[in-house]
Ligand binder design. Structure first.
Ligand SMILES: Cc1ncc(C[n+]2csc(CCOP(=O)(O)OP(=O)(O)O)c2C)c(N)n1
Ligand code: SF4
Ligand SMILES: [Mg+2]
Length: 335
């Protein structure tokens, strides 16, 4: 009797993957893969933004046959990749200001159109650059349906300048501007914006959410977006070990727990309608996601004022997401 040999760690450059037939290997194992963001940048160890950007722009480069321009807002991604006079980017890359990446990208796309070039255009920025200061330019880009894919790397605060709150910071999180003091410590409940849903409300051709826990899903969504024209938006959750007070080896685990708790729903939408969701296979209470992060440590101190109420409210937010996007898998729904 023969038994199929099973190789582990497929999808990496380990021996196991290289022994697979070439058509079964993932692109990460290919020596000829595109490599938008090379080593030598200054991101912290375990930075979700560095990982997310590399995979997103790699996928976009493949889809565009390397004929691609990336416009970057100010933020960690810009700072850690381009300390003058160096750059880690292997793609045409442009930085202007913190708040105008979408507008600059719209201009680049218009210039390409006028010149009769097929060059594709991406704008990218952090959650502060996207949900706060760059929001007007981004909404205009959506409204005009400019031919740009905008990617937001959401680490849920202004990390580059020392972890200040943004309108993507979750309630109860401690940041430099929302300290864990008083009767309701951390960021205030009832504030903030949901950019993916706001993008959907513009009726643009494509909106998706992704995390760095599932890089195949992330790549597939970027590839799908690059196959379309007009304004497109992808919102990627990218844990920040420094700002979240998390272990650098927990970046992938936290991304997965954000999804499994229901706090970060994974979906795709076209022209304002949800077209696909990723069901939760193993639902976890929000506490499992929050506990490893020091920004939520005040919720887990014995007898901390308002802690249980805050946890209940965060759980209610996750439950509402699960209902809204119908996220429970068949197995999980009957559990
Ligand atoms: C007009 C303007 N205001 C403020 C700043 C300072 N600044 C640079 S990056 C940054 C925070 C970026 O936060 P985010 O967009 O979330 O990106 P992250 O660093 O978290 O990846 C701030 C406040 C600036 N460069 N320009
Ligand atoms: S502060 Fe956070 S986002 Fe910035 S490089 Fe470090 S881990 Fe990445
Ligand atoms: Mg940020």
């Amino acid at each position: 009797m023969t038994q199929t040999v099973k190789f582990y760690q497929t999808g990496t450059l380990t021996v196991g993957n290289r022994l697979l037939d070439s058509d079964k290997r993932t692109v990460q194992a290919s020596r000829n893969r595109s490599n938008a963001l090379t080593c030598g940048h200054r991101a912290c160890q375990g930075c979700g933004e560095a990982l997310g950007a590399r995979y997103a722009i790699d996928a976009a480069m493949r889809a565009a046959n390397r004929d691609l321009v990336c416009v970057n807002a100010t933020g960690c991604l810009e700072v850690f990749t381009t300390p003058y006079p160096e750059t880690s980017w292997q793609v045409a890359w442009l930085h202007s200001l913190f708040g105008n990446a979408a507008a600059v990208a719209s201009g680049v796309a218009a210039a390409m159109r006028v010149k009769g070039k097929a060059t594709r255009v991406i704008a990218q920025g952090g959650d502060g650059g996207t949900t706060d200061i760059g929001f007007g330019c981004l909404s205009g880009m959506f409204e005009r349906n400019d031919d740009v894919l905008y990617i937001c790397y959401d680490n849920e605060a202004y990390m580059n300048t020392g972890v200040q709150r943004s309108s993507a910071t979750p309630p109860a999180a401690r940041t430099a501007t929302t300290p864990a003091v008083g009767a309701a410590p951390g960021n205030v409940f009832g504030t903030g914006k949901n950019l993916p849903r706001i993008a959907m409300a513009h009726g643009i051709p494509y909106v998706a959410t992704a995390t760095v826990a599932d890089l195949h899903d992330l790549e597939a969504k970027v590839t799908r977006a690059m196959g379309l024209h007009g304004a497109r938006y992808i919102h990627i959750l990218v844990p920040c070990p420094l700002g979240w007070g998390a272990a650098s080896h927990d970046t992938i685990r936290l991304s997965r727990l954000a999804v499994e708790s229901g706090l970060f729903p994974l979906f795709e939408a076209e022209h304002g309608e949800v077209t696909a969701t990723t069901p939760i296979r193993r639902r976890v209470p929000v506490a499992e996601y929050l506990k490893p992060q020091k920004r939520f440590a005040h919720l887990f101190r014995p007898d901390a004022p308002g802690a249980q109420e805050a946890l209940d409210r965060l759980q209610a937010m996750a439950d509402a997401n699960i209902r809204r996007f119908n996220l429970l898998s068949a197995e999980e729904a009957v559990r």
